[in-house]
Design a binder for this molecule. Structure first.
Ligand code: AMP
Ligand code: MG
Length: 326
């Protein structure tokens, strides 16, 4: 079975061709604002602009004729409405033109499913850290459940904001990682874990003051922010593993590309004799391969999305979805 996957929840427009869990192509076109945050309308314009080229590249790289596509999978939510609409629209058009079924996929769940299919992980806890999302997700009793999450800001957006204020550029995460490597002194920052959740608002206020005071170097600030925020993430991930009695940790989301975060997770897993799984960067960041892989699994379990239900679900929660394919 050949599936064409479409990802368009936020700044990434992606198309991937997957054949029986083998990724034949995974084209990622990311929108980068020249300054400031993401403006929904501009995001949609970008996705429309790159749509044809991304589709052509994905088919060419996979050496697949569009007529041979058996299934169309698209990210249905959660995400930014303007962006989601472009992907869902393309899915509907292709489904009608090719007369092939389509399936709407939950983006957060897809981050976990791609790990189960591309690594040896069987039943992992997912630490999903991206721009807008920060969640600890695991399978329990028929659903993917959120065991912990951020109460305010997503870690990626937090890093991007902070990097912008320090004048480090966009995207902020990789720039902070670079500066952090040169950091020597740990500056104490508010550490805020509340049960299974984390909160970054207090740290944001505290950091604004520290930047204004100009007492600390950029590298020391970047180093300290990574150490503090990542320790919070590792703590909630470990607590979820302990409560669910699972011994596999999977990373997902753009922030998971960070080598220091990977290292800290590795240490935690080693200490509790658990296994850590880290995908290649192209499968950690937002991508359409994960949408196609999950779509195939759902379809094989008898699920599909009718034209009238192929709307977008900007606010869909991870545990709204009945997992019939596991
Ligand atoms: P996503 O929404 O999953 O595509 O992830 C995008 C986010 O990942 C942005 O906020 C980036 O700043 C962040 N990011 C990308 N690479 C890194 C890195 N090496 N370290 C920390 N954050 C990163
Ligand atoms: Mg994502």
């Amino acid at each position: 079975m050949i599936c064409l996957g479409i990802e368009s929840t936020a700044h990434t427009f992606g198309i991937s061709i997957v054949s029986d869990q083998k990724v034949l192509s995974n084209i990622i076109t990311a929108y980068k604002p020249k300054s400031g945050g993401l403006i929904p309308g501009k995001l949609a314009d970008h996705h429309v602009e790159v749509l044809e080229d991304t589709l052509r590249k994905a088919l060419e790289k996979a050496r697949v004729n569009i007529k041979n596509i058996d299934l169309i999978a698209f990210s249905q939510g959660p995400g930014i409405g303007h962006a989601l609409r472009i992907g869902a629209g393309l899915a509907r058009s292709l489904s009608i033109l090719l007369n092939k079924p389509m399936i709407g996929v939950n983006h957060c769940i897809a981050h976990l499913e791609i790990g189960r299919f591309l690594t040896k992980a069987k039943d992992p806890v997912l630490l999903y850290v991206s721009g807008a999302n920060t969640q600890v997700i695991a399978y329990e009793a028929g659903k993917y459940r959120v065991f912990g999450e951020t109460l305010d800001l997503g870690v990626g957006n937090f890093l991007d904001t902070f990097a912008r204020e320090l004048g480090l550029g966009f995207p902020g995460g990789p720039r902070i990682e670079e500066f952090a490597r040169k950091g020597k002194k740990y500056i104490k920052l508010p550490y805020s874990v509340k049960g299974m959740d984390i909160s970054l608002g207090g740290m944001e206020t505290n950091l604004r003051q520290k930047i204004k005071e100009k007492k600390h170097s950029k590298s020391d600030l970047c180093f300290s922010i990574q150490e503090t925020v990542f320790a919070m993430l590792v703590e909630v991930a470990e607590r979820a593993m302990a409560h669910t009695d699972k011994n596999e940790l999977l990373l997902g989301g753009g922030v998971a590309c960070n080598k220091r975060l990977q290292k800290m997770c590795e240490i935690m897993c080693k200490e509790r004799k658990a296994e850590l799984f880290v995908l290649e960067n192209q499968f950690l960041i937002d991508n359409a391969a994960m949408i196609a892989i999950t779509g195939i699994e759902m379809f094989k379990a008898g699920m599909k999305t009718n034209l009238k239900d192929a709307n977008i679900r900007p606010y869909e929660r991870t545990d709204d979805v009945d997992v019939k394919w596991r």
